[in-house]
Design a protein around this ligand. Structure first.
Ligand SMILES: *[C@@H]1O[C@H](CO)[C@@H](O)[C@H](O)[C@H]1NC(C)=O
Ligand SMILES: *[C@@H]1O[C@H](CO)[C@@H](O)[C@H](O)[C@H]1NC(C)=O
Ligand SMILES: *[C@@H]1O[C@H](CO)[C@@H](O)[C@H](O)[C@H]1NC(C)=O
Ligand SMILES: *[C@@H]1O[C@H](CO)[C@@H](O)[C@H](O)[C@H]1NC(C)=O
Ligand SMILES: *[C@@H]1O[C@H](CO)[C@@H](O)[C@H](O)[C@H]1NC(C)=O
Ligand SMILES: *[C@@H]1O[C@H](CO)[C@@H](O)[C@H](O)[C@H]1NC(C)=O
Ligand SMILES: *[C@@H]1O[C@H](CO)[C@@H](O)[C@H](O)[C@H]1NC(C)=O
Ligand SMILES: *[C@@H]1O[C@H](CO)[C@@H](O)[C@H](O)[C@H]1NC(C)=O
Length: 599
């Protein structure tokens, strides 16, 4: 009887295998845990006994992949149209040390299941130095990134992004989920990607509408109706007919583990919802083994006496180090500027130790950090300038003190300064929308409309008028340009960074008059006289106007090596009587003809 049953079971199994050999694999799968999933694994990835897929085993500088072994149809081979797909997975990122992130994880759609030529760290195991951004990659990825890389224009150190062929995301958003299913954008609640808690992701692509939605949520929250990211993505040149799907994860200087608890995918309709009760559990966070504690106690007492002495010594050393760490430079003549001074300790706390993640930008004079003043909770921007020579410092501080008294709604307010050995810190009001050049030369979706641009132009004109004519003495800015114009929350333009060019001018050898400013904005007479006047500011303002209206830099070096001078370029259009043709195409749509021509 049993034998018979077995025989028929084998027959049935054999029939299934034979049938499977003929028909294509089904267009969907669901793994609630990865027992028997036979994924293609490499790097540090493996499936733990409880079915948990672990990418990166608490190591540094590691790349791990896990791909489904069979490809899926992603493009209609006869029409070339991208097809819809849908996936859902649960992941957890567990850094070795609480709060020290170790890069991230990505869901990838790739022409190959072998990405072994890709690099760890910020390359997320998807790309390397030579192929990042190349159209030949044919890779779509949803990145879950826990480190901000300025080179790839990452928005912060806790974001989700859509990547096409490279690591500069097409769209990204801070990790969050929509609460109450409200359709209001600001009703998102933030999530920490490195909390070690499992989070769920849905990525759904509608091939007809060419829309990719990415939704994130904590494990036990039902899928929010409002996705975190919803972008128009034309995949027809990205995907090939057949593509592999899988995960890539990488670590960098800090070790960490990336886990996937469950995963479903479908290239025909929605991916099946995961069964949360069937998912494997995460291992407990590695803590001190409690069992060992009692045995250890005997040794602990004598050791603790020694330890106490060591700690006392270390404490004294630390106090000295701490004092050194926060040491400032203060000279007698500075007493009168005391009200304008910030303590280094406050600025250090405000910017979380001038950490990399708080860098807003890297300017010509030094890095700018975002910070929140510890007592008042005021948001600030801190510019950190290394300054070797002391020469000119007294005059410069005097100038800062007077600049600090300037008040105009189109000037970035200077709040004060701090001085350390070889370093000067300037504290400004924080401008949430960053600098204008990003919107003019940056990616198209961030572009500004003509009316916004015109409002900014008028604001900057008003601020220059104030500096040159309306204040008690004439203030020359010396470096008017789009990257020195910052935008507040309402996209009003504010002129920033004045006087800095002067510091550098003075700081250098007085025998060699070096003109500091930016090429393309320097008035012609400057090369002869070397003297900045309000007229040279006005010349730079002119270059700025063209920049904003045309979306081009005043001097652009073409790939052919030929310089394109914007003024000459615009003049050519003017001669031909087609001035409007020189305008930036990004503000297509409505614009007032007369205004553009006036500018
Ligand atoms: C993962 O790391 C742990 C601890 O270092 C080690 O015991 C284990 O063997 C590793 N597993 C694999 C599959 O490498
Ligand atoms: C592929 O495109 C052809 C022609 O446009 C169409 O007839 C067919 O239904 C499409 N197939 C799929 C799976 O969408
Ligand atoms: C993956 O590709 C590399 C070359 O890029 C090759 O050396 C390696 O053998 C491949 N691995 C597999 C499993 O095919
Ligand atoms: C980068 O990756 C591509 C494709 O995976 C590979 O062909 C190339 O050799 C890699 N480059 C380097 C420098 O490893
Ligand atoms: C959520 O995070 C974003 C970006 O990190 C931040 O601007 C925002 O203030 C945060 N919101 C809350 C409610 O904490
Ligand atoms: C993406 O989200 C929008 C709502 O934000 C919805 O209208 C659309 O149907 C969604 N698309 C997919 C493929 O889920
Ligand atoms: C998508 O891209 C392809 C080629 O890149 C292009 O031919 C097609 O018109 C695009 N479709 C849409 C709707 O933009
Ligand atoms: C796709 O799903 C529909 C129903 O949801 C089914 O009728 C159809 O056979 C499926 N297509 C394939 C290729 O499995």
């Amino acid at each position: 009887m049993i034998c018979e049953l077995r025989a028929s079971f084998f027959l049935l199994a054999a029939m299934h295998i034979l049938a499977a050999a003929d028909s294509p694999p089904p267009p969907r799968f669901t793994f609630n845990g990865f027992h028997g999933a036979s994924l293609r694994l490499n790097g540090g990835s493996f499936v733990e006994p409880n079915g948990l897929l672990r990418l990166n085993n608490n190591t540094r500088q590691e790349v791990s992949h896990a791909f489904y072994p069979f490809p899926f149809l992603f493009r209609n081979s006869s029409s070339g149209d991208p097809l819809s797909f849908s996936t859902s997975f649960v992941f957890a990122i567990v850094p070795q040390y609480h709060d020290v992130s170790s890069h991230g994880l990505a869901f990838a759609v790739s022409p190959s299941s072998n990405l072994s030529a890709a690099l760890p760290s910020q390359h997320l195991g998807l790309f390397n130095l030579t192929n990042n951004g190349e159209a030949t990659n044919h890779i779509l990825a949803v990145e879950i990134d826990t480190i901000q890389n300025i080179e790839f224009e990452d928005i912060n150190d806790n974001h989700v992004g859509i990547d096409l062929n490279g690591l500069t995301s097409l769209a990204s958003a801070p990790a969050a989920f929509a609460v109450d299913d409200s359709t209001e954008l600001h009703n998102f609640q933030n999530l920490s990607l490195i909390s070690g808690e499992p989070l769920r992701v849905w990525a759904e692509y509608d091939g007809k509408k060419m829309q990719l939605n990415v939704t994130l949520a904590p494990l036990h929250i039902p899928k929010p109706h409002l996705p975190l990211l919803s972008s128009k993505v034309n995949l027809s040149s990205i995907v090939l007919d057949e593509m592999y799907v899988g995960f890539s994860a990488s670590t960098g200087a800090a070790a960490g583990s990336h886990y996937v608890l469950g995963w479903s995918f479908s290239s025909n309709g929605s991916a099946e919802e995961l069964k949360l009760s069937d998912l494997p559990s995460l291992p407990p966070r590695e803590e001190v083994d409690r069992g060992k504690k009692t045995k250890v106690l005997v040794i602990v007492i004598p050791i603790s006496v020694i330890l106490f002495l060591v700690i006392a010594a270390v404490g004294v050393a630390l106090l000295i180090k701490q004092a050194k760490k926060f040491a400032e430079v203060m000279e007698d003549w500075e007493i009168e500027y005391r009200p304008h001074r910030f303590s280094y300790r406050d600025l250090y706390k405000a910017t979380r130790g001038f950490c990399e993640a708080n860098i807003l930008g890297k300017g010509g004079f030094g890095d700018v950090y975002r910070g929140i003043l510890p007592k008042s909770n005021v948001e600030i921007a801190v510019k950190r300038i290394s300054h070797g020579s002391r020469q000119g410092m007294k005059e410069f501080i005097a100038e800062i003190a007077s600049i600090g008294r300037l008040r105009h709604r189109n000037l970035v307010q200077l709040l004060g300064y701090c001085r350390r050995l070889g370093e000067l810190l300037l504290v400004y009001d924080f401008m949430p929308n960053g600098s204008l050049d990003r919107y003019i030369f940056g990616r198209a979706e961030e572009s500004l409309s003509w009316s916004q641009r015109f409002k900014i132009i008028k604001g900057i004109a008003a601020s220059l008028l104030y500096l040159h004519e309306e204040w008690e003495k004439v203030v020359i800015h010396r470096d008017v340009k789009a990257s020195n114009v910052l935008l507040d929350s309402k996209f009003d333009g504010k002129l920033g960074d004045f006087g800095l060019a002067k510091l550098y001018d003075r700081g250098c050898n007085p025998q060699t008059t070096r003109v500091v400013g930016t090429l393309g904005y320097l008035a012609p007479e400057l090369s002869r006289s070397g003297k900045f006047t309000s007229s040279s500011d006005v010349f730079a303002f002119g270059a700025f106007l063209l920049e904003v209206a045309c979306g081009k830099r005043p001097v652009e070096l073409k790939t052919s090596g030929i310089e394109m001078v914007l003024v000459d370029w615009v003049l050519e259009f003017l001669m031909k009587g087609e001035l409007l043709e020189a305008r930036n195409r990004k503000f297509a749509g409505e614009f007032a003809r007369e205004e553009v021509e006036m500018v």
